[in-house]
Design a protein around this ligand. Structure first.
Ligand code: DX5
Ligand code: ZN
Length: 219
């Protein structure tokens, strides 16, 4: 069994800085490994969330790995801000690029600045599109709900998507995001996922117990 990495999603804590800091402290104290910073622009998806302007202040409060999930349409316009920010992983969506070359250019740029480059595949996109990008990517983010909001139900098709990516490459990081709890998380880990993103399950339960259960340490 691979080591499970738990990434708590920033989304349930909203756009208020003190609520963000409170949640970040809570999940760090209770054993999360990563803070997954959900960035929505109101264009690729309907809602707007925190953006890079929050990252510096959050960085001062925490030593956790910062994983920026950019659900934004115009990546070219904002990528430099995220590269300059304290994010350690920067993940962009396949769906927002007009050509494979444009996406590869961004992935290369992220890596050139010594950050991990993630590629997110939204729920309705054929997972096979990842093939041509694997060598430019450190992490594949498999959406297990449609990107855009928290609290949705896990889509079981994710299992074969995870197995597919794992069959292509045994080393690449696989992250799953959406509807992850102790049960769906265990299913994903068994299929080959490394990083479990979880929002509402951690936010609305006892954070320590939720994080431990995601790590497979049940009671
Ligand atoms: C949704 C975001 C997720 C979200 C997950 O588009 O990318 O990170 O916060 O929330 P839950 O775990 O509640 O499904
Ligand atoms: Zn996310």
């Amino acid at each position: 069994m691979r080591k499970v990495v738990v990434a708590a999603s920033s989304l349930p804590a909203g756009r208020n800085m003190s609520a963000q800091i409170e949640f970040l402290n809570r999940i760090e104290n209770y054993g999360a490994d990563v803070y997954h910073l959900d960035v929505m622009d109101g264009e690729y998806v309907k809602y707007k969330t925190i953006d890079f302007t929050y990252f510096e202040q959050l960085r001062e409060k925490s030593a956790l790995l910062f994983d920026a999930h950019l659900m934004v349409k115009n990546v070219e316009k904002v990528i430099d801000k995220y590269i300059k920010s304290p994010a350690n992983i920067i993940t962009v969506h396949y769906e927002v690029f007009e050509t494979p070359e444009a996406l590869i250019k961004i992935l290369k740029k992220i890596r050139k600045h010594k950050k991990l480059a993630g590629l997110a595949i939204d729920l309705d996109t054929d997972i096979k599109v990842v093939d041509q990008f694997l060598k430019y990517t450190d992490m594949i983010l498999i959406m297990t709900v449609k990107a855009g909001k928290g609290g949705q139900s896990f889509n079981q098709d994710a299992v074969k998507k995870i197995k597919y990516v794992r069959s292509l490459n045994s080393e690449i990081l696989i992250e799953v995001d959406g509807g992850i709890n102790d049960k769906t998380g265990a299913t994903c880990v068994k299929a080959g996922a490394d990083i479990l993103v979880s929002g509402n399950y951690i936010y609305n339960n006892d954070a320590y117990e939720a994080i431990q259960s995601l790590k497979g340490k049940n009671g």
